[in-house]
Design a protein around this ligand. Structure first.
Ligand SMILES: [Zn+2]
Length: 296
């Protein structure tokens, strides 16, 4: 696996999740995310070796296991320091929080304990907030872009903006149809903010590097608005329970849930839409006969 060069000292290792690499001074490298697990992190070190680079810092965009799963291995091999957004850092220290949150706060079924949901534990050294960080002669600008998770953060380095999971790729827009979100309210605000953030290139975690993201940004916003419009219409027609809404949503938009893990991605994502519509005063709920109905 070879590194893809973007510009100046900025590269990325393309994969199921892209890992950003910035060549710093004295053979030191700064990483954006760390991959899915030990094997992915080992591949990364193999790709850095020909360039004589050793990681000294990992900036995690958020706490999901496919972005933090290589942290533990890289720290063991290189002593790299971990920079993580504050609210998400709990998922690094206590990865079980990720799966229990998906499972509604209860002890999760073991099928959810896959590496991308439940990575090895790692210890954040620096809690990242909006601002600039100077490491190994590299200036990393942290930009709060919450929504996918509560503290999801983008990083801009030498004109390249790593957008993490804020933007869904074309494939993701077509396949799952509803991206996992902690907060639709925050995601909408972050997408609007992204519109104002200039960069020569934008690197999505699950796609490629783009010089122009305007079409993809518009498609992401349009899909969120379409989902909101669908829910407004559906909840106006008759009250509905959330689990029925999952199946109706999947039937309406042709989403196929192939695994229990798909269900536990779509269900919380739909709840993020319900809380957005509820907290903005557009819908309400009624608890009746042991059921919780959503309606306008
Ligand atoms: Zn994620």
């Amino acid at each position: 696996m070879d590194l893809c060069h973007i510009q100046h000292h900025v590269y990325y290792l393309a994969g199921v999740v892209n890992i950003g690499v910035i060549a710093g001074q004295d053979g030191q490298a700064v990483l954006i995310d760390s991959g899915v697990g030990d094997r992915h992190a080992k591949q990364l070190l193999g790709a850095l070796e020909p360039l004589g680079l050793t990681p000294v810092a990992i900036f995690n965009t958020h706490g999901h296991g496919d972005h933090t799963g290589g942290n533990a291995y890289l720290v063991e091999q290189t002593g790299a320091r971990i920079y993580a957004p504050a609210l998400d850092s709990v998922l690094l220290e206590y990865p079980e929080w990720a799966t229990l949150c998906l499972f509604g706060g209860a002890e999760p079924i073991r099928e959810l304990a896959v590496p991308r949901f439940a990575p090895r534990r790692s210890q954040p050294d620096v809690l990242v907030a909006e601002g600039s960080y100077d490491v190994a002669g590299v200036t990393v600008e942290a930009l709060a872009l919450p929504g996918h998770t509560g503290a999801h953060t983008g990083y801009r380095v030498e004109g390249v903006l790593f957008t993490g999971d804020l933007l869904s790729s074309v494939h993701e827009l077509q396949d799952m149809r509803i991206g996992y979100s902690y907060s639709v309210t925050m995601r909408l605000a972050s997408l609007q903010r992204l519109r104002q953030l200039s960069a020569d290139y934008y690197v999505l975690s699950h796609d490629a590097a783009y010089a122009d993201i305007s079409d993809l940004l518009a498609a992401n916003l349009a899909q969120i608005e379409e989902t909101l419009a669908y829910l407004r219409t559906r909840l106006t027609a008759s009250p509905v329970e959330a689990h029925d809404l999952v199946s109706e949503f999947c039937a309406r938009f042709g989403v196929s849930l192939r695994h229990v893990r798909d269900y536990y991605m779509v269900s919380p994502a739909l709840h993020a839409y319900l809380s957005h519509l509820h907290n903005t005063g557009e819908i309400a709920f009624t608890v009746q006969d042991g059921r919780l109905y959503w309606h306008t």
